[in-house]
Design a protein around this ligand. Sequence first.
Ligand code: ADP
Ligand code: MG
Length: 238
Amino acid sequence: MLKINNLTIEFGSGDSKVIAVDDVSIEVDRGASLGIVGESGSGKSLTALSIIQLLPPQAKLTSGKIIFDKVDLTKLVKNQIREYRGNRISMIFQEPMTALNPVIKCGKQVAEIIILHQKLSKKEAKKKVLELFNKVNLPRPENIYRSYPHQLSGGQKQRIMIAMAIANKPDLLIADEPTTALDVTVQKEIISLLNNLRKDYNMGLIFISHDLGVISEVADQVVVMYKGSIVESGNIKN
Ligand code: ADP
Ligand code: MG
């Protein structure tokens, strides 16, 4: 379903040139789970962000193809990539507040994502959001719907992000260190939630972490990145 071939991402030029992602190739099938592990600065996030064209503006994609369902995503213009992002391909991050708007109630934020990609009335969208909140095991969905992000715990905010990410039943979910900021118990719950959702929706999952232990609980396949390159890859038997 997703095939990245020879991806290279650079910053700067001349003497100050940094090759942040160096000739990386990965593949993820529908329903499969790929783990990307590596120390901080090894190029994991940039690899992920390149898929949905969210690289920082200074980053230059100097080579590579990102084929998703037969389309090279690197060739798409802004309007075209929006049809994929948040719809067929979603992403969740380590820090939920980077994606949540602090001044809009949680329910409304998720409803907006649904309305953006599906022709639903506000009422229908709300019903759908409450279903999603149940699906991601948020307690008292009606209360959460009316809450602002700061009124929720870290784990609850991450569940809101996951609800948002799966709202349009994506084919591919990219999770970039989604549990790193959470305590161990909550981390385990989120991992088991992601595993269940992957099976339910038959989604491909890219799970990024600096922690091989965490990766081994979600991924069937793993690649190890070091200084921008893939230095090892293999299967994980769960
Ligand atoms: P990881 O997610 O593995 O921690 P990143 O993909 O975020 O690593 O970054 C990889 C490398 O790319 C960094 O070590 C840094 O050298 C470079 N880099 C990332 N973002 C920027 C930026 N905005 N400007 C300059 N260099 C950057
Ligand atoms: Mg990162």
